[in-house]
Design a protein around this ligand. Sequence first.
Ligand SMILES: [Zn+2]
Length: 100
Amino acid sequence: MKRIFRAASLLQVAHARNVLIAAGIESELRNQYLAGAMGDLPMMETWPQLYVQDEDELPALRALARAEAAPSGPPWTCSECGEVLEPQFTSCWRCGAIDH
Ligand SMILES: [Zn+2]
């Protein structure tokens, strides 16, 4: 297996894992519970990490790169109909209003 992602924050790794799931790629989360039990390991080796099968390495990296390029931020609320929208949408899918 190949390690494709690691971060100090489990939240970031969980997010990356969700991106992979959305892309149909299976991944394995390691070191989920190791933080705090560092011992003599280099710090980055104790971070939560994501592994994928060797053949999934490229598609997984592409999926993560795409997700990184996507706009991010807090959800916004449509001023026309009140729908709460994810930040990657620039217009309301319900009524078509453009907000922001
Ligand atoms: Zn709307």
